[in-house]
Write a protein that binds this ligand. Sequence first.
Ligand code: AR6
Length: 231
Amino acid sequence: KSQETVSSLSGAASQKIKVSEDPVAGFISQHDDDFPTLAFPSISTADFQFNLEKASNIIVEKVEEFIDKLGNARLVLVDLTHGSKILSSVRAKAGEKNIDSKRFFTFVGDITQLYSKGGLRCNVIANAANWRLKPGGGGVNAAIFNAGGPALEAATTDRAKSLLPGNALVVPLPSISPLYSKEGVTHVIHVLGPNMNPHRPNCLDNDYTKGCKVLRDAYSSLFEGFLSIAK
Ligand code: AR6
């Protein structure tokens, strides 16, 4: 049984805090939806053409590595469609490893509309960025820069002009950004993954020894960036 109670914050950031009465514990506990939550897309597996099987192994491996450091925080892998191969592969592998499904789960939806369209509160979202940290280029990068508006672009440029493969950049979102006011996103973490697409910069030419290392580094940087905010 869950009820909405206090509205403690003011202005655009105002969010109702949900509490649920836990009949077993017998006290009022915080609702799951108020825990720090990182929504992230599968880095490198669409435009950058990274092998899905290898990517899903790395996602599960990295989630497993970080999950005990999360406390109450949650990780959510997001993709646009129910037919998403990366979501089903990761779900199956996470299930085999008995990863706690309250702290890590998959979700179908547009990462820029998780709260307004999907009812899922995620205070942090990750972007599969390009090395120039610029809008456009299609995919999730175009969607996030569109939704974040000029405020996201300015806040990003303030922090860095470029990113190396395997690295992540945490950008606090100004409250004037629609992503903040409509979706409750307080931070965007840009991540640059390995590229296997010959038509994009820094193509690794199918070198999966290097590619897997870079993808592992990318998820480590992403999850460490999230932990630095969540704590
Ligand atoms: N919401 C959730 N997931 C999405 C969305 C969305 N709005 N859009 C795409 N995905 P991609 P990459 C999923 O291609 O492979 C850009 O041009 C998608 O189905 O966005 O790392 C950048 O500028 C897939 O599972 O990223 C870079 O140059 C995942 O997000 C380049 O693409 C990543 O797909 C990066 O390529």
